[in-house]
Ligand binder design. Structure first.
Ligand code: ZN
Length: 110
């Protein structure tokens, strides 16, 4: 093995390693991970509980100038702010409603 071969072999190994780390990074980026609850202090009730971070936009007014930023706060399951979408969804049907729905479905099927 001459010096040139040794050099290119080393290079190939390095680029392989680089490719591997590059692929790993890509995978991590692609994969969406929801915020995992963890033990912490809730920013609302100040109780130690399983909290989840929540990013919200905040407007600060200092000396008449408004600055916009986002703050991340930890909320327990009880205090976690519901998104507008959640608030707009109707409550789940009651047992009676479910029964009626099933009856209707059966009538339609048989
Ligand atoms: Zn709380």
């Amino acid at each position: 093995m001459n010096d040139f071969d040794r050099f290119s072999a080393k290079n190939a190994a390095m680029s392989r390693a680089w490719e591997m780390t590059g692929d790993k990074k890509k995978e991590e980026k692609k994969e969406y991970k929801p915020a995992e609850p963890k033990m912490g202090i809730c920013d609302v009730c100040k109780q130690e509980a399983l909290v989840r971070p929540h990013r919200s936009r905040q407007t600060d007014r200092t000396d008449g100038a408004a600055s916009f930023g986002s703050v991340v706060k930890n909320y327990c399951e009880k205090c976690f702010p519901k998104s507008k979408k959640d608030l707009n969804t109707p409550p789940p049907p009651s047992a009676k409603q479910v029964k009626n729905l099933l009856k209707g479905a059966k009538k339609g099927l048989f």
